[in-house]
Design a protein around this ligand. Structure first.
Ligand code: NOJ
Length: 746
């Protein structure tokens, strides 16, 4: 037997051994669940399906319930949310241990972008297009949160979003299903670790199933009306990717989809999720969404709401109490078969066993580990790196950036310069006992970076909103004394997030007027734009000398911004979402259809799907972002120009760093299927590579294009390829296509 053969044989044996181990483990969990269920009364089973808010904080309209402890002792509650810290979680778990069967509680929380160490908001982090970094941030969040007694995060939010009026655009990965799917999988892996039950991991929850990001008009909680094709092609893929990555739970959604509330939607939950995709975890409702079906008008009362949700496949009721108050009657009146309750409870208990909570209900409540992980210096260090990778350089006139030591006096102006908590953005976690000194303000970060010979001057200039310009004179005077001005403006952190939709997404108040005033000094102005969504900022885009879109960067914001301003990190981030020129362009996305009268010729108004008063193109397109260096693209080669169905081809391209700085480039591959039984978008992102190059260095990279990248959902929702010609485009953004070729699928 030669060595290669032996190695292959050993590999096969080890894979089959591991998979049979996994099967046995699964079997033994199932056996344990079955044995426990034999002991449970119907009331206790239904108890597992209820999740209540703890009183520590609330992320939805609270129900006053003075008898939570009594209900837990009676076995009427399966899970609590918004309860963190080992002391608090251990306290509740002790209460659960007084129940007849001692079934441990699950503790859930929105650990969306960090726990104590706050990472950039998810949309910012998505700008890194760096799956390792994204996975690491989720890993660290899981390590800290699980050390704080939490078992389960309500993240990642994987909703595709193409409307920046929607406040929750900050929580996802942007507009594109391909990038969104990779990020969904990376976040699930990061939160969950290698296998269920690792003490430093959390169960993840992909949300909101489904299509919540397409709320009409960008109004939170609003209806969604879309074709099945769009649902399958754009909105479902990140959920599928999360399921394939082994996500433990899924949250359904507030919105109705084509007239059926997602929470009571059998097609979504039973047919697709639990049926076609064979999802083995459990589904939790969104906060109160079971009861909200009465407002939707799909059910008459809470009894019907519970019936609709449980029949549709919603296993756990977050906060509405419809399950608690109605499931028993529904079973007794033969409206809900016992088998449905058993199925839901089995799914929930399986997770509790997998987490190891029956072996040790206090497994995640170790105060020493909590202290150790919350003070782990590696966590802020990682957050700083990821934050620098999330900052997008939008403009850099005359190579103003990076700054060097020749600037002896720097003015740092604006309402966000000395802000502390603002940097955390929405969906931060209030961790007990952590003071805000942990967050590095922008002022603090810059001060730390400057050498002794540089003067840093400050003026606030104005507030984030309101019309008051009283601070302008002082700001102008400070700018006039300086060599360069850095202006930090934007939204407040609570202007984006849940229930934070806005019809006006311009930079609020008089902040752009402040920029105008500062420019009268003739000093170069670098603008930092802070916010949770793509904003509209025409004046700044046209007149600022340089712009860094910093989003909300988390607890290391100040350090990361200083790293980028001074070139300690050369920005590499690219936008995962289009930035409109005006609200009138929304919804806006790069992968639109060409239409019968494409917007190509401004002179012929009848042949132009466009606006009379504005370009159809965004201010900054999907995939856009500058670097301090420049990159040349050359030598596109296709391994073949014709492939048969099932075959693949390789496209290779050479990238050269033609500038002065070492830097990273995100090289993007787009395809266009020229003719389809269903019209195909003008281009679709199908792959990308992030590479690092020293000045003068070249690298040749290649992309493999096979069936998966050429397929789409046809009229019957079958995932198919169709023969014909494809354009292949390689670019630095969706609009900056540098090289193009064609090939044919026979
Ligand atoms: C409502 C939000 O829609 C959801 O994303 C969140 O997880 C729950 N509240 C719990 O806070």
């Amino acid at each position: 037997m030669n060595i290669r053969f032996t190695i292959i044989l050993l590999l096969i044996l080890s894979v089959s051994f591991q998979s049979s181990l996994a099967q046995n483990k699964r079997k033994s969990v199932d056996q344990k669940v079955d044995s426990l269920m034999l002991l449970m009364t119907l009331e206790e089973k239904i108890g597992q399906m209820n999740q209540y808010n703890d009183d520590q904080s609330a992320t939805g309209p609270e129900t006053i319930d003075p008898d939570k402890a009594g209900q837990i002792i009676r076995g009427e509650v399966g899970s609590l949310l918004n309860c963190n810290g080992t002391v608090r979680t251990a306290g509740w778990q002790k209460v659960a241990m007084q129940s007849r069967l001692k079934i441990p509680l699950l503790f859930g929380q929105d650990v969306v972008h960090g726990y104590k160490t706050t990472f950039p908001i998810p949309l910012a982090e998505a700008c890194s297009w760096d799956m390792e970094a994204i996975e690491l941030s989720a890993r660290i969040a899981a390590t800290e949160a699980s050390a704080g007694g939490i078992h389960w995060t309500f993240a990642p939010m994987v909703d595709i979003a193409r409307d920046p009026r929607w406040g929750r655009v900050m929580e996802g990965a942007g507009e594109d299903p391909y990038l969104g799917s990779l990020i969904a999988a990376a976040r699930v892996k990061g939160f969950q670790g290698d296998q269920p039950g690792e003490v430093n991991s959390l169960m993840a929850c992909a949300k909101h199933f489904a299509a919540y990001g397409a709320a009409i008009g960008g109004r939170d909680y609003n209806s969604v009306d879309m074709s099945n094709r769009l649902l399958w092609e754009v909105y479902l893929p990140p959920f599928k990717a999360a399921v394939d990555a082994g996500v433990a739970t899924i949250m359904n959604s507030f919105n109705d989809l084509n007239g059926i509330p997602a929470t009571g939607n059998q097609y979504l939950q039973r047919e697709i999720l639990k049926g076609k995709w064979n999802f083995s975890g459990f589904v939790v409702s969104d906060w109160g969404s079971v009861g909200e079906m009465i407002n939707h008008g799909s059910v008459a009362d809470e009894y019907e709401a519970a019936l609709s949700a449980v029949t549709a496949g919603c296993d756990m009721d977050m906060e509405s109490r419809c399950y608690k108050n109605n499931l028993l009657r529904l079973v007794k009146e033969n409206k809900v078969p016992l088998a449905l309750i058993d199925e839901a409870v089995r799914r929930i208990l399986r997770k509790k066993f997998e987490l190891g909570l029956f072996d040790d209900p206090f497994k995640y409540c170790n105060p020493e580990r909590e202290q150790k992980e919350l003070n782990n210096p590696a966590h802020p260090a990682a957050a700083r790196k990821i934050a620098a990778r999330s900052i997008v350089l939008l403009k850099n006139q005359d190579h103003l950036l990076p700054l060097d030591n020749s600037y002896k006096t720097i003015a740092f102006i604006g309402p966000l310069v000395k802000a502390v908590k603002q940097n955390k953005g929405f969906w931060d976690v209030e961790v007990q006992g952590v003071d805000s000194g942990f967050i590095v303000s922008q002022w603090e970060g810059l001060k730390r970076r400057l050498d002794a010979g540089t003067n840093l001057l400050y003026a606030k200039g104005c507030n984030i909103d309101g019309n008051n310009k009283d601070g302008f004179d002082e700001a102008i005077a400070v700018a006039a004394k300086s060599d360069v001005v850095i202006l930090s403006i934007g939204e407040r952190r609570d202007m984006s997030g849940e229930a934070k939709s806005r019809s006006n997404i311009c930079i609020p108040g008089v902040q752009e007027d402040l920029l105008k005033a500062l420019l009268t000094t003739g000093k170069p102005v670098i603008v930092l734009i802070n916010g949770g969504r793509p904003m509209v900022f025409d004046y700044t885009a046209e007149h600022a000398n340089a712009i860094l879109y910093t989003w909300w960067l988390g607890s290391e914001a100040g350090n990361a911004i200083a790293d980028v301003l001074f070139g300690d990190y050369n920005p590499s981030a690219k936008l995962p979402i289009s930035f409109p020129r005006s609200v009138g362009q929304i919804p806006i996305y790069y992968s639109y259809f060409n239409t019968g009268r494409p917007a190509t010729d401004d002179s012929n108004r009848f042949y132009n799907s466009s606006y009379n008063d504005l370009s159809i193109y965004p201010r900054y397109e999907f995939g856009f972002g500058l670097s301090y260096t420049s990159f040349a693209y050359s030598n596109l080669q296709l391994s073949t120009k014709k492939i048969k169905a099932g075959e693949s081809l390789t496209a290779s391209v050479t990238i050269t760093n033609t500038g002065k700085y070492e830097g990273e480039e995100i090289v993007q591959l787009y395809l266009k299927d020229k003719v389809g039984s269903i019209v195909r978008p003008v281009k679709e992102l199908k792959d990308f590579k992030k590479i690092s190059l020293k000045p003068g260095e070249s690298k040749t990279i290649s992309f493999i294009i096979g069936k998966e990248k050429l397929s789409f959902f046809n009229q019957n929702l079958e995932w198919v390829t169709e023969p014909g010609e494809f354009s292949l485009m390689i670019g630095a953004s969706s609009a900056d296509i540098r090289l193009e070729d064609r090939f044919e699928l026979l």
